[in-house]
Write a protein that binds this ligand. Structure first.
Ligand code: HAM
Length: 431
């Protein structure tokens, strides 16, 4: 029979192995700890939502809704989508669970996988992971500044290198439509120099003209009118207050008057954090204010602001934490009848909070020790005929290459075992 072809992961979807997982966990734990200090509690929202939730909130003409969603019909015909982001889901949950009535000024943090059918490249995947927050019920500049302060504090806590906060205001329902028309008129006047994508953007979503990476378009748009010169008085005042508060708090930022976001729900404050050394996909996070979104999804007229960080990119932008995992111990039953005692001993050592792996007997001691070494084990516990007879195991220090005969009692309590192991790790090696 032909050998079956191995099945590979789907393009843009990847496996995260233990070492990388540990880093992600550290990043997530630190996030929940730092955000918790600002009053955020964790919400877990489903990965699947009704397609209309995203169609109604992210913007019909965004790349995500137009071409990147994983949408499918459920067996009963309901249109469902794997969430491309979590803000829409958190807003839905805020309304759905009654939080909007019970606790309108809610602060929620989340983490988990998101799905976008983008073109995969370094730092860009079709399943990726975010850590994010949403704050409802606050429309004041203090809320924006505090959220940004928290974001930058978090990035400092996890040691993100070479990061820059880029800040802009996108105006509101009063001033943005006016600006959009000014930008459209500018684009129309320069049609001949624009790429095909920009000609489409001109019709459907002129703000995205500012996002084009094509050199010809960039040269033209360098002269385009900017939102900051079109802000209404209320938006200009809000933006000035946010900047003043950030300066007062010592949070560094750069103004990015061409920053537009890939989602349409934003108004006023919009921002991204970029990090050096990540290549083309250098945004580790982004977010902004979305004051009309809760109402657009059928809720009360409640303000909102939030951000999300990409875990894959965060991991690239932070140094791997010094491996401070538990001490690894390998237990090696050297013959079949030592297995039972090995299991008991392993259970005692685990109860003493050591990481313990029991190997199967039947291979040579040399082969077993090689395996232990590969696992990063510090100590190997040897259980052969002599040890069974004596009721005490031999311990080999794999770093010092020294044996301690009878170092561990086979029937020791976890506390006694932990004390013996600590003594072995601290004391002079060899007998
Ligand atoms: P976003 O800018 O679309 O915003 O995504 C936030 C972050 O997720 C990005 O800065 C990036 O680090 C990461 N990310 C996005 N797409 C990918 C991808 N294909 N592969 C790897 N990483 C990716 C949002 O999603 C908004 N919901 C943020 C927000 C929360 N706004 C208000 N509240």
């Amino acid at each position: 029979m032909a050998k079956p072809t191995p099945i590979t992961a789907v393009k843009g979807f990847r496996d995260v192995l233990p070492e990388e997982s540990a880093r992600w966990r550290a990043l997530e734990d630190a996030a929940l700890r730092v955000f918790g200090r600002y009053g955020y509690g964790e919400i877990r929202v489903p990965v699947v939502e009704r397609t209309e939730l995203f169609a109604r909130s992210l913007g019909e003409t965004t790349d995500i809704v137009e071409k990147e969603m994983y949408s499918f019909a459920d067996r009963d015909g309901t249109g469902l989508t794997l969430r491309p982001e979590a803000t829409a889901s958190v807003v839905r949950a805020y309304l759905d669970t009654g939080l909007a009535n019970r606790d309108p000024q809610t602060r929620l943090a989340y983490r988990g996988p998101m799905f976008r059918r983008e073109r995969p490249q370094k730092g860009r995947y079709r399943q990726f992971h975010q850590i994010g927050v949403e704050l409802f019920g606050r429309d004041d500049a203090l809320a924006d500044a505090e959220l940004l302060m928290m974001l930058m504090e978090y990035l400092a806590v996890v040691g993100a290198r070479d990061t820059r906060l880029e800040l802009n205001s996108l105006g509101d329902a009063t001033c943005r439509p006016v600006y959009r028309e000014r930008l459209r008129a500018f684009g129309e006047a320069h049609r001949a120099a624009l790429c095909g994508d920009c000609l489409r953007r001109l019709e459907r979503n002129p703000l995205r003209l500012l996002d084009c990476k094509v050199p010809g378009c960039r040269a033209v748009l360098a002269e385009a009118p900017l939102m900051r010169d079109s802000l209404c008085a209320a938006c200009a005042e809000h933006f000035a207050a946010v900047r003043a508060l950030l300066r007062a708090a010592g949070v560094a930022f750069t103004e990015a008057p061409r920053l537009v976001r890939g989602l349409d729900y934003y108004c006023r404050t919009a921002f991204e954090v970029v990090a050096g050394g990540l290549g083309a996909q250098n945004a580790v996070g982004g977010g902004g204010r979305y004051d009309g979104l809760v109402a657009a999804l059928g809720g009360p007229d409640v303000a909102g602001i939030g951000f999300a960080l990409g875990v894959e990119r965060l991991a690239m932008a932070t140094a791997p934490a010094a491996a401070a995992g538990p001490t690894v111990v390998t237990v090696l039953p050297l013959e079949e009848r030592a297995v039972e005692a090995a299991f008991r001993l392993a259970a005692g050592l685990r109860a003493a909070d050591l990481a313990v792996v029991v190997e199967a007997p039947g291979r040579s001691l040399k082969a077993l020790l090689r395996t232990a070494d590969r696992r990063g084990a510090r100590l190997a516990v040897l259980l052969g005929a002599d040890e069974l007879a004596a009721g005490r195991a031999t311990v080999r220090d794999l770093v010092a290459h020294a044996d301690r005969k009878g170092a561990l009692p086979l029937d020791g309590t976890p506390a006694a075992l932990a004390a013996s192991v600590r003594a072995l790790l601290a004391g002079p090696a060899g007998t």
